[in-house]
Each structure stands twice: as C-alpha cells, then as structure tokens.
Design a protein around this ligand. Structure first.
Ligand SMILES: Cc1ncc(COP(=O)(O)O)c(C=O)c1O
Length: 419
C-alpha cells in the first residue's frame, strides 16, 4: 500500500534516490495502519501540519524573535511565527506566547530558567505518582539542579492530595510549584494550586503537555487564568507537530522569551513553528471542540469496558484522554500486558501505578489514551469493543492472532492517512 500524498510531491524522489530510508517511512505508515494506537501521548497530525513540517522553512535560521532576528532574510518566517503566537494567545486567552521550544522538556527547561536559579526549591508531582521526568526526577536536570520536594496521590483515592501539597509548600517554601502530570487521569484543580502558591509566595507553573488539546477544545478547564506560566506540547492531544510552547503573563513575557532564546535554545525550527500555527488554526475550529469532547467520551467508554473485564482503572476512571489501568488482577505485570497487546496489534505502554511495588521497567499498570483512535473516527461503541479486545489480549495470549484479525476489521474503515 502506498503512503498517499502525505510526504509531499518529493516522496517519489526519496523512494528513487534512497529506497532504504523511503522503506522506513512506508513501513511506519503500515505499522500504524495495522494496529490500534492507544499511546496517550501520541496523535495523527493533519496533512496540513505535515506539509508545514516538510516545507523549506526547515532551512531558515532565525535566532531571535519576529522583527528582531540575528539573521537576514527572516521577513517571511516572521509571518509564520507571528501567526502562531497570535493564534496561541487567542486560542488560550493568554497574555503572551512563546512558540519556539523544541519539545515539552525544552519548554520546562526554559520555564525553570525564567523563574529559578540552580539550587532553588521547587515542588512538583513525583514521577512514580504520575509526574514527568522534568518535574524533579533525579535522572533529569530538574532533579539535579534544583532542590525538589514531591507530592503524590492519596493511597485510598489515588487523587492528588491537596492537603499534602499545601503542607509541603508551607514546609519547603518553594519558589515554583508545578502542577500537571503525564499519567494522571483526573482533572487538576488549578484554583486550589493557585491558592497554595499565593499562600507561600511561589510562582505557579502548569505543565499541560498532555491535555492542551482538550483545553483548546474547551473540554476541560484551562490553567491560564490561574498559572503564571503554562508549558505545553503541541503533538499530543493538540494534534500538531512534535514541539513545545509556553504561555505566560505580561509580567513574565520578557523573562520567558530570554529563557528560551538565547538561554536554552539557539535557532528556532521554523518549519515546526509554522506547523504549530497550522495546528492552532485547526484547534480553533468547532470540529476540534467536538473532537476534544469525543476523545474524553471515548476514554470513558474504553475505561468502563476495561473495568468490566476486570482491569481496574486507577482513581476510579477518567475525566481526560487517558486512563491508568492496574493489571495485577489478571496475574500479569505492566510489561507483560504491553507485550501481549503488541502481539495482538494493540500499541500501549506499561506505566507505574501509584505505590507500585514493581520497578519502573516492569510496573503493575498500563496507560491507555484515545487521541489517535478519535482522530481516526472511532466512537464510544467502538472503544467499548477496543476495551474488550485489550482485556482479551492480556488474558488470552494464545488468542493473539484472532484478536489481531478483529483489530484489523475494526480499523478497516478508520484508516489514518488514506489518500
Ligand atoms: C507532563 C509532561 N511534561 C513534559 C513532557 C515532555 O515532552 P517532550 O517529550 O516533548 O519533551 C511530557 C511528555 O510526555 C509530559 O507528559
């Protein structure tokens, strides 16, 4: 099967000149078409986004910001960045937007650089409870360069323990409090975090790498009215190019811009900046709001079907695009569940659950998400079926071939990137 028009008119040239690499690109399209993608942090960017990513804007050096660059010839790419900034500010109601961070991690690095000095104290969610590596893990710069206090979720409810957050904030007096997570299925109360930050005189940073598309579609509350700085990615629920961004108040605008360039990055990737503008433009349309709502409805349907099949949703379910599932009742580890699903044509990832007795490479859970399947056009009824297939794939490894056939049948009319 051909890849369709999505690599642009030059794909034929690549195929002719470098068949080995062209084969990789085609095989990846085939891989995606051949199974269900339930990785919560992935999505299928639109042809318009891919067109911008594959454009000649990739060639242009543009250190600096629109109207104030350190290179000549930036008058055209300036228009792309101005468009991206204007759309991001409008879409999210933010005073200021920086669209240059190369990724979510780069956005967090820059946000910390804007607010902290090495050795300063920060408070963020612990990695084993759903926080991200950049929220103070010792394996990451954030855990080495700052003094980190970590909060978690309660053992009984598996929800953020706001009392613990407040106690830690009062005790440690952090300069920055980070809210936001990578594997937390419930809504985060940004108002409560704002109150705690105000009480201890801390900046509030919201890392909404995951739910930014749901926020764009008004399907979940926005942190923008509460947080001083909001960091995000553009490639997860937002369905744009791989990349990051920062929103902030007017007060912090100059500090954030300097923290991105020249402090933590050099030249921006102008093809990615243009693709971010395309994604913001798409996210402003009513169809995207409908998409965001359906992503959540689908996650709930999937979660309910998994629960029905004996796979326990952490925190009792989901309000977002993702669910965290405790697989111990089925007598497997997260790693084994991931492997069995892969054999059956279902791609998901193992994930630590709160208070997980297993090491990070093994885990007792899996994380599932619905951004990809919703982009493909699957609805709640189909997600119930997906839940049944996931549970069967984990329970009955010997039925993998049969499950894979059912996966292929389910996806037959919902293929991504069909010409
Ligand atoms: C909460 C959170 N922050 C930051 C990141 C980092 O994003 P990236 O992988 O683009 O560096 C992620 C990625 O999963 C995330 O979940």
């Amino acid at each position: 099967m051909g890849a369709g028009p999505f690599y642009g008119p030059d794909f034929g040239l690549l195929e002719e000149r470098d068949p080995e690499l062209a084969g990789v690109l085609l095989d990846e399209v085939e891989r995606v078409r051949g199974g269900i993608q339930l990785i919560a942090s992935e999505n299928f960017a639109s042809p318009a986004v891919l067109a911008a990513l594959g454009s000649t804007l990739s060639n242009k050096y543009a250190e600096g910001y629109p109207g104030s660059r350190y290179y000549g010839g930036c008058e055209v790419v300036d228009r792309a960045e101005r468009l991206a900034v204007r759309r991001a500010r409008e879409l999210f109601g933010a005073d200021h937007a920086n669209v240059q961070p190369h990724s979510g991690s780069s956005a967090n690095l820059a946000a910390y650089a804007a607010l902290l000095q090495p050795g300063d104290r920060m408070l963020a969610m612990a990695l084993p409870h759903g926080g991200h590596l950049t929220h103070g893990s010792r394996a990451n710069f954030s855990g080495r360069w700052f003094e980190v206090a970590s909060y978690g979720v309660r053992r009984d409810t598996e929800l953020i323990d706001y009392d613990e957050v407040r106690d830690l904030a009062v005790r440690h007096r952090p300069k920055v409090i980070v809210c936001g997570a990578t594997a937390y299925p419930r809504l985060i109360d940004y108002g409560v975090f704002r109150g705690i930050a105000d009480e201890v005189g801390a900046w509030l940073m919201a890392d909404v790498a995951h739910p930014m598309g749901l926020i764009a579609g008004r399907a979940v509350p926005s942190p923008v009215p509460y947080a001083d700085v909001v960091t995000f990615t553009t490639h997860k629920t937002l369905r744009g190019p791989r990349g990051g961004g920062i929103l902030c108040t007017d007060e912090l605008a100059a500090r954030v811009d300097r923290a991105v360039f020249p402090f933590t990055q050099g030249g921006p990737m102008m093809h990615a900046v243009a693709a971010k503008a395309a994604a913001f433009g798409e996210a402003m349309r009513p169809e995207f709001a409908a998409y965001a709502r359906q992503v959540i409805a689908n996650a709930r349907a999937l979660c309910a079907a998994l629960a029905e099949a004996g796979m326990r949703p952490v925190a009792g379910g989901t309000d977002t695009h993702l669910a965290l599932i405790d697989v111990r009742a089925l007598g497997v580890t997260g790693a084994e569940a991931e492997r069995r699903c892969a054999v059956a044509g279902i791609t998901l990832n193992r994930n630590a659950i709160p208070y997980d007795p297993e090491p990070a490479r093994v885990t007792s859970g899996v994380r599932v998400g619905t951004p990809c399947v919703t982009t493909q056009g699957l609805g709640s009824r189909e997600l119930e079926e997906v839940g049944t297939l996931v549970a069967r794939a984990v329970r009955e490894p010997e039925a993998a071939a049969d499950i894979r056939d059912k996966v292929v049948a389910l996806l037959a009319i919902h293929q991504p990137y069909l010409p």
